[in-house]
Ligand binder design. Structure first.
Ligand SMILES: Nc1ncnc2c1ncn2[C@@H]1O[C@H](COP(=O)(O)OP(=O)(O)OP(=O)(O)O)[C@@H](O)[C@H]1O
Length: 244
C-alpha cells in the first residue's frame, strides 16, 4: 500500500516561492487503480514526480508497504518497487530498443520476449527492436516504448503520466487492454494520470487535483458522474478528430 501524508512541493519562481502540491494526503491500496485527473496545471505531474523521487518533497512523507521512502532517490525508489512512465519520455541516443527493454527488465531479454512486450503496446516488434531510442522515433512511438519499459518487470506500484498522449486509437485500445490485464491480476497498484474518459472509467477510485490540492476523491461511481456532467474528461474519438 502507498501512503502519502501531507505532501507539499514548492518551486522557486523568479525568487518567489510557490506551492505546486499543497498538503496532499491519500492512499493507494494493493492492486488498486487510482486515476488522477483535473485541470491543466493543477499539479498532477508534479505530484507524480515527487512520488517517483524526480522532485523532492518540501514537506510530508511517502510510505510504500510500511517503508518510508521519502528520502530515497529515484533509483532507490525504483528498487523499492515503483515504476514511472513520463508524460514526455526521454530519448537515449546510442541505445537500441532491445537494450533499453533489457535494462528495464533487469535481465537480458530474448528477441521473442522483446517482441511480445512491444506488441503489447502496439509497436510492430520486427521494425523496432534494433532501432535507436533517439529523435528518429516519433512521439507516439517513444510514448509506447516508454510504457513497455515500465511493464517490462513487476512493480509494487506503477505510475503512468497521461499514457494516452500522442497515441493513435488502435494503440490506445491495446494500452487500455494492458492496464485492464494488470488491474485484473491485482498484483500491482496503478496510478494513472489521465483526462481520458475510457481510462477514468477503469478506475477503482478517482482523485481530482485542482490548484495543487485534492478537489475530490472517491469511487468511480461517486466522482465520474460529476466529471461527465462538467465535461471534464476527454473522449479519445473526439480528440482524434481534433476536438476535446
Ligand atoms: N519546476 C517548476 N518550476 C516552476 N513552475 C513549475 C515547475 N514544475 C511545475 N510548475 C508549474 O506548476 C503547475 C503544475 O504543473 P503540473 O505539470 O504538475 O500540472 P498538471 O496538472 O500535470 O498539468 P497538465 O494537465 O497540463 O499536464 C503549473 O503551473 C506549472 O507551470
Amino acid at each position: 500500500m502507498l501512503e502519502v501524508k501531507n505532501l507539499t512541493f514548492k518551486v522557486d519562481e523568479n525568487g518567489v516561492e510557490r506551492s505546486i502540491v499543497k498538503d496532499i494526503s491519500f492512499q493507494v491500496e494493493d492492486g488498486e487503480m487510482l486515476v488522477i485527473t483535473g485541470p491543466n496545471g493543477g499539479g498532477k505531474s508534479s505530484l507524480a514526480k515527487v512520488l517517483m523521487g524526480i522532485e523532492d518533497a518540501d514537506e510530508g512523507r511517502i510510505v510504500l508497504d510500511g517503508e518510508d521512502i521519502t528520502d530515497y532517490d529515484i533509483s532507490h525508489r525504483a528498487d523499492a518497487g515503483i515504476g514511472f512512465a513520463f508524460q514526455q519520455p526521454p530519448r537515449f541516443k546510442g541505445m537500441t530498443v532491445d537494450k533499453l527493454l533489457s535494462l528495464a527488465a533487469g535481465r537480458p531479454l530474448t528477441e521473442p520476449e522483446c517482441c511480445k512486450m512491444l506488441s503489447g503496446v502496439g509497436l510492430c516488434a520486427r521494425e523496432y527492436i534494433k532501432r535507436e531510442v533517439d529523435a528518429t522515433l516519433s512521439g507516439g512511438e517513444m510514448k509506447r516504448l516508454e510504457i513497455a519499459t515500465v511493464l517490462a518487470k513487476p512493480h509494487k506500484l506503477c505510475i503512468f503520466d497521461e499514457p494516452e498522449a500522442g497515441i493513435d486509437l488502435w494503440s490506445f485500445s491495446m494500452l487500455v487492454q494492458q492496464f485492464e490485464r494488470i488491474h485484473k491480476k491485482k498484483e500491482e497498484s496503478l496510478i494513472l494520470i489521465s483526462h481520458q474518459e475510457r481510462i477514468i472509467q477503469m478506475a477503482d477510485r478517482i482523485m481530482v487535483i485542482e490548484d495543487g490540492k485534492i478537489g475530490a476523491i472517491g469511487t468511480r461511481d461517486e466522482i465520474l458522474p460529476n466529471l461527465l456532467s462538467e465535461g471534464q474528461c476527454a473522449c479519445m474519438d473526439r480528440q482524434q478528430e481534433g476536438g476535446n
